[in-house]
Ligand binder design. Structure first.
Ligand SMILES: *[C@@H]1O[C@H](CO)[C@@H](O)[C@H](O)[C@H]1NC(C)=O
Ligand SMILES: *[C@@H]1O[C@H](CO)[C@@H](O)[C@H](O)[C@H]1NC(C)=O
Ligand SMILES: *[C@@H]1O[C@H](CO)[C@@H](O)[C@H](O)[C@H]1NC(C)=O
Ligand SMILES: *[C@@H]1O[C@H](CO)[C@@H](O)[C@H](O)[C@H]1NC(C)=O
Length: 323
């Protein structure tokens, strides 16, 4: 063990830790792209709330669990519609791809109220979950496909009422989650203005911090020795049932709308790195994304985790013991 530890430490010393984490560098809505600012800079007038640095948010009670490390209100809002396809491009601060590969992707929204998102403090947000993706049937995680540079894509609820909303896209990296506090949270918020005349409102909302506990089964978990299926933290996907929908003879589709919301609310990661809205998307439950998920990385702290072989598992266990 001592020799292994020394070996791991000498490897650690060579790795570029600064580039080890990431942020949302671009959001694309129905084909229109919105760039985000590199953490710490402010060169772009953006709809993406800029975080102060790319290190993970740690601990379920951390105040930055809502929108990321000391996230600042953004200057603009991006335009969207009920049912819009929204893609999130994750990048390392060096410009390379995201590279953690175990843990869920989840997406929440919250109304910014009548004042709008440019002045809305996310600590007051009431969030509802609209999508989540985790462990796939072939044993890989949806997150792993981000290593190819592919964006994660969600559909906004097709029945959502108009207004300004924060959309909170979150990666939880679980490679060190076998000890309490080890899970790495990467939330990112983008300001949206949704048009249309739908009436859907969430049936349940939560706060961040508040929605997670450090002891949740999906947060304190050894993903390298997972027993049974992965349990997503946070609430169920909201059904936006439009419970206060206008009493008119034309609003009889409410029930079927909400049925389709809940059954289709999954995240996808597209099969190529193109941001084009017309690029074909692959359902996270197919194996098509998985075949591209073990691309070699050159700026990767957790390279060992990217290859689920016995040798690399042992290596990553040593790394974790050291860390
Ligand atoms: C949001 O409100 C919290 C709690 O009042 C406060 O600590 C924080 O500074 C506010 N953030 C911004 C960006 O205004
Ligand atoms: C909200 O709706 C979802 C989907 O139908 C359901 O799973 C969940 O239990 C509901 N939440 C509450 C608080 O009723
Ligand atoms: C119902 O809504 C549809 C689509 O908005 C509209 O074309 C139609 O005229 C409406 N029918 C009634 C009876 O209001
Ligand atoms: C939506 O949530 C409400 C409140 O929890 C519940 O009564 C209703 O059955 C749910 N609808 C669907 C389609 O899940």
């Amino acid at each position: 063990m001592k020799a292994a530890t020394t070996f791991a430490l000498s490897v650690l010393a060579l790795l570029p830790f600064v580039s080890a984490h990431g942020y949302v560098s671009q959001v694309t809505i129905d084909g229109t792209s919105y760039k985000g600012n590199t953490p710490g800079s402010s060169s772009v007038k953006s709809a993406i709330r800029m975080i102060a640095d790319v290190s993970p948010v740690k601990g379920a009670t951390n105040q930055y669990l809502s929108c990321g490390q000391n996230a600042q209100k953004a200057a603009t809002v991006a335009t969207a519609s009920p049912g819009s396809k929204v893609s999130f491009k994750w990048s390392a601060i060096t410009g390379g791809n995201w590279f953690h590969n175990v843990g869920p992707l989840m997406t929440y929204m919250a109304s910014c109220g009548t004042a709008g998102c440019t002045s809305f403090n996310s600590s007051a947000a009431r969030w509802f979950k609209i999508a989540q993706a985790g462990l796939q049937s072939d044993g890989t995680w949806a997150q792993a496909a981000l290593l190819t540079g592919a964006p994660a894509t969600v559909s906004l609820p097709s029945n959502i009422a108009p207004g300004e909303y924060l959309i909170r896209h979150e990666i939880i990296a679980l490679h060190t989650a076998m000890t309490s506090g080890g899970a790495e949270f990467y939330p990112s918020c983008t300001q949206l203005k949704i048009g249309g005349s739908k009436t859907g409102t969430p049936n349940a909302t939560v706060s961040f911090p508040g929605a997670y506990k450090d002891t949740d089964a999906g947060i304190l978990v050894d993903v390298y020795d997972l027993v049974g299926s992965y349990v997503f933290p946070g609430p169920a996907i909201s059904n936006l049932s439009g419970k206060t929908s206008v009493a008119s003879s034309n609003s009889t589709t409410t029930a079927s709308d909400s049925d389709s919301e809940t059954s289709s609310a999954s995240e996808t990661v597209s099969s190529t790195s193109t941001e084009s809205a017309s690029a074909s998307s692959v359902s996270i439950s197919t194996s098509a994304t998985a075949s591209t998920s073990t691309t070699t990385e050159d700026d990767c702290e957790d390279e060992a985790d990217a290859e689920p072989t016995q040798l690399s598992r042992r290596f990553s266990r040593v790394m974790r013991a050291v860390l």
